[in-house]
Design a protein around this ligand. Structure first.
Ligand SMILES: Nc1nc2c(ncn2[C@@H]2O[C@H](COP(=O)(O)OP(=O)(O)OP(=O)(O)O)[C@@H](O)[C@H]2O)c(=O)[nH]1
Length: 924
């Protein structure tokens, strides 16, 4: 306990000098009219009230109440220890103090209540935002969230006149967005097809489609996003190139990663605001005096100071009470998660070994330095009785460490970032970069301009530094009197170290310059400077204490509030964009569906109708071809014997050859009729194919695949050769055309005996009965003798005549005779039917190809329309869910954002006076 180190005589641990310094400082205060201090200086009121240029009793009471209430140390005494420990003084003011105590307790309670309200409000907001983000993550899986894209492929920014739906940078707020979206063309997902494009597109299909233009955050929108902004500074690729190269799925997974880390961050923030400890990160340029500043805060030389860069690891200075009161160093192993109760995660060193430890950074990345703060709870930062504070001395910023420190600073457990800058060097580029980054994360920075003792023109230095601060962190500048301090850390005298502890030899720091007992300090000029430096430093300490303690709502809750506001802004922007996209997609697919439904119905109907029509066409064509072929072939068979086919009759001796030639000619003629039928069938087939093709083009358009029909290939195999295989042997009787002869005989009967005889002779050959009757009647007419004399020559004559006649009739009779035989044989094999069927069959086969193709095409078209409708329905359902989800998200995130914004951390708790710049201490 710090009280342990109080002088038994009631002296300050600093000795008389401190009292003097305080007195001197008080003497330097402006007249009471300017800074009303109603608290008597000899009261038990903290002596720090006398430090600075002015304060009010309310603020003193406020801080004291805060300390009393929060610390549980009751009316702990601060500042002027001589006065505070004087029992006389305490007794004299006991009555007055009891009122003051009550007031303090009251204001403390109010403050605590006020703080708790804010803490609970932000804690609940964090829970709700985590839920929102998890919901968004789920949604991002089923409906990959759209990142607005306004970047044109040609790099030119979009104008309002641009036809493509876009997002303008004016969409920074929901209201702006709505206004601009009403004027601008509707937003679309970059992957969404434009209006008029027939095909519906699902998220999945969209994923697979090539990205026509970047879908990522445009430079403008990128400005809008702070947390969900996708970090594209990867590799050597230029950001624009990277944007172009990313697919929707990649963006979705990048966003998912961002949301996950944001949820993690929020959970840590929640833990953090529930936690009563506070961490102060002390960072700055190399050799700016960070370690010296830390030591000055502790009033002990704990951390090594050197003119050359020496701090290479993060040193976290904690109250030794957190380590069972033991002062030691825990050097945390690389990659190990520090656990004080697990000694395998660290090595233990003494405080004296710290110097060696911080300069050797090969083994450890950070160390925990447990020290006993020798100061009182109202002076001490570590041992303040309210919250557990840890000071973290970071390595100096350089190109290697800046990123690490920036990451460190961004950690949610860092409540306050104290930036130490050398008064001589001002802000370096690295320092500026760091502050810019940190200012985005932490609402306020605490800036310590160190080494002020080395500056001659102090005013100019202050002016220049403040100008720089204004540019880098306007909010910090606005409260510069509280947040920007010009000090000389090495001028702060060290207190005696607690028994067994190092540092605090009672002298100033190594470089001297400050108070202490060192020789030379007797110089009144130096003494004056030392007191001035001490006063400035005390003011800094008070501000820092206020910043960490009194305003811990701000320092502790502000990061949570800032982060919540930022993430809710991002979520709101993202939700607004996606609601628009989902709505326009829903409208598009709904319209598309209205066109698709009747198209599908008519396609189905057309498919059935066309199928019937094509079947009918095929059947009719084939029937016509069959009938025509059969008629033609039959006719050819019937009339094959009507003429000699140009075959010359070579005479009796070649009658058999003649018959053979004739037969072939007749068969050829019949075969030719088959070819004619095939020709006809070919022509009809071409017509049929064309008719089907027309139907295909009409109903399927370009999708109808032409089968490249070649009519010349039809009927290549001569199946009609069958006719040539007809075997008809020529017989003698074939040469006699009995029917002709009989006709003739009937015409000439009774007119010539010779003919009658010849006929009779001939009839003998067939043994006809009627001829006998004729012969008997002739015998009766001529008498037996005459008959006997005539009979022989008559018979000869008749025979000769008949032979002559028959031989003469061959060219006329043979074709008929042969034709009859051929017809009989062809009828036996059903030649006409077989060929007609074959031809019609071929035609059917040929026509079936385009018909089947048409049917398949129509079926495919119906199926495609069907699946397009299903897909469109799916997209509509998806976008409907997305539309409702994002519209709700817009509302909820906006409401939540307002709830968070309503948590006014800067406001003064009700019933309490403002504790700002006019507070306990006025800045330098
Ligand atoms: N004149 C003067 N010198 C100072 C002041 N503060 C620190 N120094 C000196 O500056 C040098 C560097 O101080 P450190 O505290 O080691 O600086 P640091 O920023 O911790 O250094 P690294 O952590 O190594 O970057 C030391 O020699 C200090 O004595 C100051 O206010 N005035």
């Amino acid at each position: 306990m710090s009280q342990e180190y109080f002088s038994p005589k009631g002296k300050s641990p600093l000795g008389q000098e401190v009292d003097e310094a305080s007195d001197d400082v008080e003497n330097n205060l402006p007249p009471p009219t300017e800074t009303t201090n109603t608290v008597p200086t000899n009261s038990a009121t903290p002596a720090y009230l006398t430090v600075g240029t002015g304060s009010t009793s309310q603020h003193a009471a406020h801080l004291q109440a805060l300390l009393d209430h929060d610390s549980g140390y009751g009316g702990s005494i601060a500042g002027d220890t001589a006065a505070s420990l004087n029992p006389e003084v305490a007794r004299a003011s006991s009555q007055q103090m009891s009122d003051l105590d009550r007031h303090r307790a009251q204001t403390g309670a109010i403050h605590q209540l006020w703080y708790n309200q804010h803490r609970v409000a932000l804690g609940r907001s964090i829970n709700r935002v985590v839920e929102l983000l998890r919901g968004l993550q789920d949604m991002n899986v089923s409906w990959p969230a759209h990142y607005p894209s306004v970047q044109r492929p040609d790099g030119k920014p979009l104008t309002r006149a641009a036809t493509r739906p876009d997002l303008q940078h004016t969409y920074s707020t929901a209201d702006d967005f709505i206004t601009s979206s009403s004027a601008a063309p509707p937003l679309r997902r970059a992957m969404t097809s434009l209006e008029g494009q027939a095909e519906a597109e699902s998220s999945k299909a969209a994923e697979n489609r090539a990205t026509p233009e970047p879908r990522l955050v445009s430079p403008q929108i990128a400005q809008e996003f702070s947390i969900l902004k996708l970090d594209l500074k990867l590799g050597s690729l230029h950001q624009a190139e990277l944007v172009h190269s990313l697919e929707k799925s990649s963006i979705a997974s990048l966003l998912d990663g961002k949301i996950s880390s944001s949820v993690k961050h929020l959970l840590l923030l929640r833990d953090r605001i529930e936690d009563t400890s506070s961490k102060v990160l002390i960072t700055g340029d190399l050799n700016a005096g960070k370690s010296t500043f830390c030591n000055a805060l502790l009033r002990r030389k704990i951390l090594p100071e050197d003119q050359q860069p020496c701090t290479s690891i993060f040193c976290e200075v904690l109250d030794a009470r957190e380590n069972s009161g033991i002062e030691e160093v825990h050097a945390v192993h690389k990659d190990a998660h520090y656990d004080r109760n697990d000694e395998t995660t660290y090595d233990v060193f003494t405080l004296q070994e710290l110097e060696k430890l911080v300069t050797d950074n090969s083994t450890y990345t950070q160390c925990k330095v447990y020290v006993r703060d020798v100061r009182t709870i109202d002076e001490s930062l570590l041992n303040n009785g309210v919250v557990d504070i840890a000071l973290i001395d970071a390595p100096g910023l350089n190109s290697d460490t800046t990123k690490t420190t920036a990451i460190f600073a961004r950690q949610e457990e860092i409540d306050v970032v104290v930036f130490v800058v050398s008064a001589a060097n001002h802000f370096t580029l690295t320092a500026k970069e760091f502050i810019w980054a940190a200012a985005a994360e932490k609402a306020y920075l605490f800036i310590v301009v160190n080494g002020f003792d080395t500056i001659r023109d102090k005013e100019r230095c202050q002016k220049m530094i403040l100008e720089q601060v204004a540019k880098m962190s306007p909010r910090t500048f606005k409260e510069s009197s509280e947040l920007v301090h010009f000090v000389s850390s090495n001028a702060i005298p060290m207190l005696p170290a607690p028994p067994g502890g190092p540092g605090g030899s009672g002298s100033g720091s190594a470089s001297g310059g400050g108070g202490g007992d060192e020789p030379g300090d007797d110089d009144p000029k130096d003494k004056g400077k030392g007191k001035e430096a001490l006063r400035d430093f005390s003011q800094l300490e008070q501000s820092l204490r206020r910043f960490v303690l009194e305003k811990r709502a701000r320092s502790k809750l502000a990061p949570a509030k800032t982060y919540l506001t930022n993430i809710l802004n991002d979520v709101n922007t993202l939700a607004t964009v996606n609601e628009e996209v989902a709505r326009s997609e829903w409208e598009r697919v709904t319209k598309e569906l209205q066109e698709l439904e009747p198209l599908l119905e008519s396609s189905k109907k057309a498919k059935a109708e066309i199928s019937d029509e094509v079947n009918k066409t095929i059947e009719e064509t084939c029937e016509e071809i069959y009938n025509t072929s059969r008629r033609t072939i039959n006719s050819a068979i019937d009339h094959a014997g009507d003429h000699t086919h140009g075959v010359p009759y070579p005479g009796l001796f070649y009658a058999f050859e003649y018959a053979e030639d004739l037969k072939q000619a007749m068969l050829s003629e019949i075969a030719a009729s088959v070819t004619t039928c095939e020709e006809h069938a070919r022509t009809q087939t071409v017509k049929g194919v064309n008719a089907i093709k027309q139907l295909g083009i009409l109903h399927l358009g370009n999708e109808y695949s032409d089968l490249n029909f070649r009519p010349d290939v039809m009927f290549r195999r001569k199946r009609d050769a069958l006719a040539k295989q007809v075997d008809i042997p020529t017989e003698l009787l074939d040469f006699v055309d009995w029917s002709t002869i009989l006709q003739r005989q009937e015409k000439v009967a009774g007119t010539g005996m010779a003919l009658t005889l010849a006929t009779a002779v001939g009839s003998q050959m067939i043994g006809g009965y009627s001829w006998m009757n004729h012969a008997l009647s002739a015998v009766r007419v001529m008498g037996n003798d005459n008959l006997r004399r005539m009979i022989i020559p008559g018979i000869v004559l008749a025979a000769l005549t008949a032979t002559y006649y028959v031989l003469n009739q061959i060219p006329q009779s043979l074709p008929h005779r042969l034709n009859g035989k051929i017809a009989t044989q062809l009828a036996a094999i059903d030649y006409a039917h077989v060929n007609s069927s074959r031809i019609a069959g071929s035609v059917r086969k040929v026509l079936r190809f385009p018909a089947d193709s048409l049917r398949v095409g129509l079926q495919r078209s119906v199926e495609q329309l069907d699946s397009r409708r299903d897909e469109t329905l799916r997209v509509r359902a998806e976008s409907d869910v997305a539309r409702k989800y994002f519209s709700n998200l817009v509302r909820v995130s906006d409401h939540e954002r307002r709830t968070v914004e309503a948590v006014d951390l800067d406001a003064v708790p009700p019933g309490m006076q403002p504790a700002g710049t006019g507070g306990l201490a006025v800045g330098a």
